[in-house]
Design a protein around this ligand. Sequence first.
Ligand code: HEM
Length: 354
Amino acid sequence: MNPSAISSQTLSQENEVIAMTQTIQEQAMINGGIIRPLVYFRHNIARVVGHLCFGPAFNNEAFIIGIDPLINDAISLSAFTRFSDAFPFFRSIPGLWGPYRQAFEICDRIVSMVQSEITHYQSSKSPCTTCYLHFLLSHGYPMETIIFILFETFLLTNDSTSFTIAWALAFLIRNPEIQLKLFKEVSGGDEKRERVTVDQVNKMPYLQAVVNEVLRMKPIAPLGIPHKTVKDTTLKGWKIDEGTAVMVNIYALHHDPKVWDHPEQFMLERFLNENAPMEKSLLPFGAGRRICVGRDLGKLQVGLTLANLINKFEWVATDGDGPDMTDAYTAILRMKEPLLAGIKLRTNLGTTLS
Ligand code: HEM
C-alpha cells in the first residue's frame, strides 16, 4: 500500500472508472434512465484491488462477481460476532449456533475461491513480481494466512469505497446546487472533459470538500475495527483488562457539536476554509498504529469515481424527496435502502435522458 504501489495503479484505476460509467449508461438506457449503481461501484473497486493483489494481468470476472456475496455474508455475520464478543455466554445457547455454522460455510467458500486464484497465479509462465500476492508468498506466510489477508483486502476495500460513493451521490441528489458547483469544477468550467484523471482529482478543492464532508457524516466504519488490549491498562482513569475488545466511536466524534457547527447538516464550508478542524477531529480512517492502510487509495477511488460520474451524468431523484438517508447499521454504515437514482447524460447541448 505504499505510494509507488498505489501510483502504479493509476492508469488501471482511470480505465476501470471510465468503463464503469459506460456500463452505467448502458444499463440506465435499458431502464428508462433509472439505475441502482451500487453493484457497479463494488465490481469496479474489486477489479482495481484484483490488479493490486494478483497483478495487472488479473482478469477474472467470475471472481469479481463471486466475491461480492461472500463479502456481504461476512459483513452481515460480523454484527453477530460483536454481540457474542460482548456476551460470550450466548455462544453456549444451541439456538444461536446457526451463525457459527454459517461462518464455517462462508470460510470454506472463501478458501476455495481465493485458493483457485492463487493456483492460477502460481501456474502462470511469468507471474507478476510487484503484486501483493508475490509479496505475501515471498515472505513464506502459511497459505491460510495468505488467503485470509487477500480476502480481507477485498472485504475492507469493497463496502468502504462503494458505500461512500453511494452516500455522496445521495447527498448530491438532495443538494442539486452543490452538485452543479461540483460539476463546474470537475468539468473544468466551460470546456467539456472526456474524463477526469487522477492528477486532476488531486487538484480539486471542492471535490475534496465533498468527499471529506461525506466521510464525516457517514463514516463507513462508525465504531472503527475492534482492537484488543495486549496488557492491563487505563484510559482516563478507567481500568481496562488485558484482552478487552476496544472500539472507538468515530460516528460520535464526527457529530460532536463542540467541534462541528450544526453537525447534522451537510455543509461543505467547514472544509473550504483554512481553519477546518480536520486534523484532530475527522477520523474516518481511524488513527494511530492501526490506521487504515488503504486510506490514500480509498480516498482517491472515491474522488475519482465521483468526479467522473458527475462529469458524465446529472444525478436526479426518482421521487420528490430524493434518496432515503437512513443508515442500516451492521459493522458498516450502509444505506438502509440501496441508492436508486435517475441519470441524465450531460452533452454540450445540456442533458438528455440517458
Ligand atoms: C473510503 C474508504 C475507506 C474507509 C472509510 C476506511 C476506513 C477504515 C477504518 C475506520 C479502519 C479501522 C482503523 C482502526 O482500527 O483504527 C480501517 C482499517 C483497514 N483498512 Fe480501510 N478504509 C477505506 C478503504 C480501504 C482500502 C481501499 C483498503 C485496501 C486497499 C483498506 C484496507 C484496510 C485495512 C487492511 C485495515 C486494517 C488495518 C489494521 O488493522 O492494521 N481500507 N479502514
